[in-house]
Design a protein around this ligand. Structure first.
Ligand code: ATP
Length: 435
């Protein structure tokens, strides 16, 4: 087995999952572009999250809030004052480090010099910009460093329009921006990334039970989508690493090739955010329970996941190599919901007689699943290409198909091949994919 990290990074580039950004200009450090297959897979990760968090529940509604946001939000949330990392410079080699990531503050891990590291100073991670033509303090705006605040500032709007009452949640998927001091490990830590966050508002007394519920629920989501249990763990935060808003956080961690890393944090944000926004905006952000006549500020449980970071974990967990007929095969054992293509339609050859029925099969499948169509090269190579990008099923149209109106389905994982009538193909594929 090669170094899995190198193999996945290489596959991502070679097959069009993830490209280094602005490559023709020499690249733009730690920014990435999602290519034809990567954009499909990232969308699938987000859809799988949305399906489980919104579609399959009746107590969560969606939101898509603005990325560009006024200073007032970040003043109230505490991010302007405390969303910082401790930054250390090396006076010799000029490299920068996060003090909390260094083993020792005496020796520079880059150049090895002793005593050249500066004292740690706090560095705010938010990207600041100006809106409008005048660059003054009134025009200062920020790119959101988390999607969560969009849910808090819209709490009243959402509660009133959706007629939900606690316990209920607001879910959002979108880009967040952090001026990370040490981005790296491919898309694990980037300055622009995508988050999938739920703010779940509950009666204060129910906080602990809902926290436990969401920790288990979120761990199971990764397992259901194919990450082996032994590569996942729950890690409760020590009191000294808790964020400024949290009364308790547990991370879901994945065993990356470079060690355990966080995929998601489930935090008890208590009533911190709603109270801060009520105080700063002068607008009450409470729930009035007509039945009991009780008014209260809900507590919040927040499962906050990274879409781009979990896509990387799904790729790493799915990467595998085996041998087929004495030949090495590299494949992605991706869950069918996450694979860029669910089905590939392959005419046995480019022969003119095979193309029309193959196209007919393609248009039968396309309304239901994302399909690839490939008629170049020999069939063995085309199977291997689909294996390498994680396509669960290949459907082959051959000369017999012209007579028997049937096709062959080949399974990526078992390599099983079965003959299926075209008339029953959609049902057969649905049964095999599970959706
Ligand atoms: P870290 O400790 O790794 O900096 P964090 O604890 O600050 O992360 P949260 O604020 O809890 O992260 O964000 C929730 C999720 O968003 C993380 O679990 C991760 O999946 C994702 N995320 C956070 N920062 C980044 C980043 N710079 N690049 C990619 N994903 C990120």
């Amino acid at each position: 087995m090669p170094d899995v990290m190198d193999a996945v990074v290489n596959l991502c580039k070679r097959r069009g999952f993830i490209f280094p950004s602005a490559e023709i200009y020499g690249g733009f450090r730690s920014a990435y572009d999602y290519g034809p297959l990567g954009s499909l897979m990232l969308r699938n990760v987000k859809n799988a999250w949305w399906r489980s968090m919104v579609q399959l529940r009746d107590d969560v509604v969606g939101l898509d809030a603005s990325i560009l946001s006024p200073a007032a939000i970040w003043e109230a949330s505490g991010h302007l004052a405390t969303f910082t990392d401790p930054l250390v410079d090396c006076r010799n080699c000029k490299e920068r480090f996060r003090a909390d990531h260094l083993k020792s503050l005496d020796v520079c891990p880059n150049c090895g010099n002793k005593g050249t590291l500066t004292e740690a100073r706090n560095f705010n991670l938010m990207f600041k910009t100006n809106v409008g033509p005048v660059e003054d303090s009134a025009s200062v705006a920020y790119l959101r460093p988390e999607t969560a605040q969009g849910m808090f500032v819209n709490f009243k709007n959402v509660m009133e329009t959706s007629r939900k009452k606690p316990p209920f949640g607001i879910a959002q998927i979108g880009k967040s921006f952090r001026n990370e001091i040490t981005p790296g490990n491919f898309v694990f830590r980037t300055r622009e990334f995508e988050q999938m966050e739920l703010e779940f508002f509950v009666p204060p007394a129910e906080g602990p039970q809902w926290f436990e519920y969401w920790v288990n629920e979120r761990l199971q989501w990764y397992v259901d989508l194919g990450i082996p249990k032994d590569k996942l763990m729950l890690r409760p935060h020590d009191p000294d690493e808790l964020s400024h808003y949290s009364a308790g956080t547990t991370d879901v961690e994945f065993l990356f090739p470079f060690g355990w890393g966080e995929l998601e944090g489930i935090a008890q944000r208590t009533d911190y955010d709603l109270k801060k926004h009520a105080e700063h905006s002068g607008q009450p952000l409470e729930y009035f329970d007509q039945a009991s006549g009780e008014k209260y500020v809900p507590y919040v449980i927040e499962p906050a996941a990274g879409a781009t970071r979990s896509m990387m974990a799904f790729l790493i967990a799915a990467f595998d190599e085996d041998e087929v007929n004495g030949e090495k095969r590299s494949l992605l054992r991706l869950h069918p919901r996450l694979a860029p293509y669910q089905v590939a339609v392959l005419p046995l050859s480019k022969n003119d007689q095979l193309v029309p029925p193959a196209r007919e099969v393609l248009s039968l499948l396309q309304p239901h699943w994302q399909c690839d169509y490939d008629q170049t090269q020999n069939i063995g190579r085309r199977y291997r290409r689909q294996d390498e990008i994680g396509t669960p099923l290949c459907v082959t149209v051959d000369f017999d198909s012209l007579e028997d109106r049937a096709v062959t389905i080949r399974d990526r994982d078992t390599l099983e091949q079965v003959r299926v009538p075209i008339a029953g193909l959609v049902d057969e594929v649905r049964g095999r994919l599970g959706f």
